[in-house]
Design a protein around this ligand. Structure first.
Ligand code: SAH
Ligand code: DHB
Ligand code: MG
Length: 223
């Protein structure tokens, strides 16, 4: 088994399950042209996020870490009429690329990009006493995952689904001695999760077009 084979198998399944989509392709092309890092979710992962959003009947979605808005577009397309998506992004350049992608996709009116540190964005959302979100996708800096998860819980209701990306890090997550800030963030998150009565969670390791990684899915049981 090797990454090229994982990518080939992804392409095989995608051919049968994921329609060609010029708007999504254009979002990736615009992100590459602006020299954003190529770390967006894969097509299969984007579709999975969209299906999760539909499974929980999401009308309000929160994303932490926009980049060029590729995952955002997958999620936004799950929204019913009147649905809303808020996405938090540190880098104004990333936010600008994302906004242009949303406008081109015709979903700019559903999506609010808030620029600044996500910790600040989460605190602001809580202070605004906005309605809770139905699905939260955590995909910004990995060092702060525990704080983002706590922030997401404060903006959740019973039944909210919280998806945390990139928790496996090519298996590095099991290295208790790791100096990697991302690994340390994931490990702090796992320690918090072990004592967290408000959610029921599981983690799935993944291989595919994005190599070896994985995500945690947490469903809110009580608030
Ligand atoms: N969700 C995107 C990928 C996000 S990549 C997709 O799958 O298409 C991670 C993003 O988080 C980057 O754009 C990065 O600038 C942003 N980020 C990093 N640190 C952040 C912080 N402290 N607050 C908000 N966003 C942050
Ligand atoms: C990184 C971030 C991501 O969101 C991702 O999906 C893959 C890698 C990173 O920061 O390295
Ligand atoms: Mg990610």
């Amino acid at each position: 088994m090797n990454p090229e084979q994982w990518a080939e198998v992804d392409r095989y399944f995608n051919r049968h399950q994921i329609a060609d989509d010029a708007t999504l392709d254009a979002a990736l092309e615009a992100s590459a042209a602006a020299e954003l890092p190529t770390i967006a979710v894969s097509a299969a992962q984007g579709k999975l996020l969209q299906l999760f959003a539909r499974m929980v009947g999401a009308r309000r979605i929160l994303e932490i870490g926009t980049l060029g808005g590729y995952s955002t577009l997958w999620l936004a397309r799950a929204l019913p009429q009147g649905g809303r998506l808020v996405t938090l992004e540190l880098e104004s350049k990333h936010a600008e690329v994302a906004r242009a992608n949303f406008a081109r996709a015709g979903v700019g009116g559903l999506i609010e990009v808030r620029v600044g540190p996500a910790a600040h964005g989460l605190a602001r959302l809580a202070a605004e006493k906005c309605a809770p979100f139905d699905l939260v996708f955590i995909d910004a800096d990995k060092a702060s995952i525990p704080e983002y998860f706590e922030g997401a819980l404060r903006l959740s209701h019973v039944g909210t689904a919280i998806v945390v990306d990139n928790v496996v890090r090519q298996g590095a997550v099991v290295d208790a001695m790791s100096a990697d800030e991302g690994v340390r963030g994931v490990r702090r998150f796992m320690e918090a999760l072990a004592n967290e009565k408000r959610v029921s969670a599981t983690t799935i390791q993944t291989v595919g077009a994005k190599g070896y990684d994985g995500f945690t899915l947490a469903l809110v049981n009580a608030i």
